[in-house]
Ligand binder design. Structure first.
Ligand code: ARG
Length: 487
């Protein structure tokens, strides 16, 4: 079976078609006769959980070594087991390992192969362990790796944001509220808003990583074990700082996945909003950016098309990622303690979210790197819609001592007066505005420019070019500090 195989094994097996498995050697069978193909079809998870195989081998090696340290296994037995597991790893790496759905899951597949390779001593590996703590530790390690991959991709995207923000620290574009023209902002400032979101995403992922940093190995089925084990040793060798404190919780907890999925869902919101802006900005009606040609798709009928498929997918991926989170929340809610087979349904959601989060972040980085801002157009549009009205009111306050509420109402009246004549503040001369209110006759003309509007907004976190320059450098500093930080 290959990694892309999505359907369980035998097409001939109809649900309910009871049949005894020839040479039935399922390891859990105990006193059961078993053998329904329906059971196999619904129970088998190896078509997706084969993705845990490296973690499963690591976990088993750590467990075998710990059992030897604690004299539960002899040193010789542990060596045989570890060597066998390393041979299995070599087979997996070479793409030669064959996963068999009849063996249910990745754990049984690895153990069955171990028995083929080293004989009955393989049966000693599962001492003081259950698949319940085994899958829990495997999944924690998988999520830990997924967090590290996503965090590294986010660090890259933030780096791109700060570079592009620095380059466009003084270029002006319209700032919107309600998607209506509000006040001019700098392009760098707008981009840095995404930098902040991605920085918080990194922080959320790191919180999730800190919380999952406890090994559940040793919890066994749910109650712990009577063997004299040292779970701290296996925890240490698997890179965990500590061990779980309650064996029932250890096998029934999937919070670490929910933490990852919910941090991922929030990240997906950010990517989706960015995707939406890129789609809108690249229309001729906005014309704020040109999309990189190699990331645009064409149309099969309209030869002129340059479609923003990539940002559209950035926008859409959020749907399935929210779905993955919702699916696991729903599986977990109402489950009695401790392990239930329901929990096997955690993995497809997890893997799906991880795959699509990673490609979304890569897409975001490529887009932010590849777009060209049409700064002539963004600047011209920044003046549309009377965006300097606040600056005019502020001038009345600062220069003429008018209370802000009154200034607001005066400028509101002026905008209406202009609108009736089919005009806006953009392009109006002070002398003309003086016809509406004589105080405007002495207005310094630069108060009506978008450059003035952005330059004067130099409050902390504000849009002025000087602030944006500092903020781009600060973002870069925070980003690399996070990368260097000891976890
Ligand atoms: N494949 C199972 C899962 O992913 C492994 C644990 C099975 N445990 C059990 N008691 N049946 O959840």
């Amino acid at each position: 079976m290959s990694a892309t195989d999505n359907q369980p094994g035998n097409e001939d097996d109809q649900p309910g078609n009871e049949k005894k498995q020839p040479g039935d050697d399922r390891m859990w069978k105990g006193w059961l006769t078993g053998g329904s193909s329906l059971l196999e079809e619904i129970n088998a998870s190896v078509r997706f959980d084969h993705r845990l195989v490296q973690q499963d081998i690591d976990g088993s090696i750590a467990h075998a070594r710990m059992l030897a340290t604690c004299k539960v296994l002899s040193a010789g037995e542990a060596t045989e087991i570890v060597d066998g597991l390393e041979r299995i790893r070599a087979e997996v790496d070479a793409g030669e390992f064959v996963f068999d759905p009849a063996l249910e899951d990745v754990h049984m597949n690895v153990e069955a192969r171990l028995r083929e390779l080293i004989g009955p001593v393989a049966g000693r590996l599962h001492t003081a362990r259950s698949r319940n703590d085994q899958v829990a530790v495997d999944a924690r390690m998988w999520v830990r790796d997924a967090i590290d991959r996503l965090d590294a991709l986010l660090a890259e995207v933030i780096e791109v944001v700060s570079e592009r923000a620095e380059a466009h620290h003084a270029d002006v574009m319209p700032g919107f509220t309600h998607l209506q023209c509000a006040q001019p902002v700098t392009i760098g400032h707008h981009l840095l808003a995404y930098g902040e979101m991605f920085l918080r995403d990194r922080d959320r992922l790191r919180c999730a990583r800190r919380r999952l940093d406890e090994s559940p190995l040793g919890a066994a089925a749910l109650a712990g074990t009577g063997y004299p084990i040292d779970p701290r040793e296996s925890a240490r060798s698997l890179g965990f700082t500590g061990i779980t404190r309650n064996s029932i919780d250890a096998v029934s907890d999937r919070d670490f996945m929910l933490d990852y999925l919910s941090a991922g869902a929030t990240l997906a919101v950010h990517i989706s909003r960015l995707g939406e802006e890129l789609v809108v900005w690249s229309t001729p009606q906005f014309g704020f950016i040109t999309l990189p040609e190699d990331l645009c798709a064409g149309s099969s009928i309209m030869p002129q098309k340059r479609n923003p498929d990539l940002p559209e997918l950035m926008r859409a991926k959020s749907g399935r990622i929210f779905g993955d989170l919702m699916s696991l929340l729903t599986v977990m809610k109402g489950l009695p303690l401790a392990y239930s087979r329901d929990m096997q349904e955690d993995k497809e959601a997890l893997f799906d979210a991880a795959d699509h989060l990673e490609i979304s972040v890569r897409a975001a980085a490529a887009m932010l790197r590849g777009i060209t801002f049409r700064t002539d157009k963004t600047k011209a549009d920044a003046a549309l819609g009377n965006t300097v009205a606040t600056d005019l009111a502020d001038w009345l306050v600062a220069d003429r001592g008018v209370p802000f509420r009154e200034a607001h109402s005066v400028v509101g009246g002026l905008v209406k007066w202009l609108a009736v004549q089919g005009r806006e503040l953009d392009g109006a001369r002070p002398a003309e505005l003086g016809e509406f209110d004589p105080r405007f006759a002495e207005l310094p003309p630069h108060v009506l420019t978008v450059e003035h509007a952005v330059t004067r907004r130099d409050s902390p976190g504000g849009t002025s070019p000087a602030r944006v320059r500092e903020a781009a450098a600060e973002l870069r500093r925070l980003n690399s500090a996070l990368t260097k930080e000891n976890r």
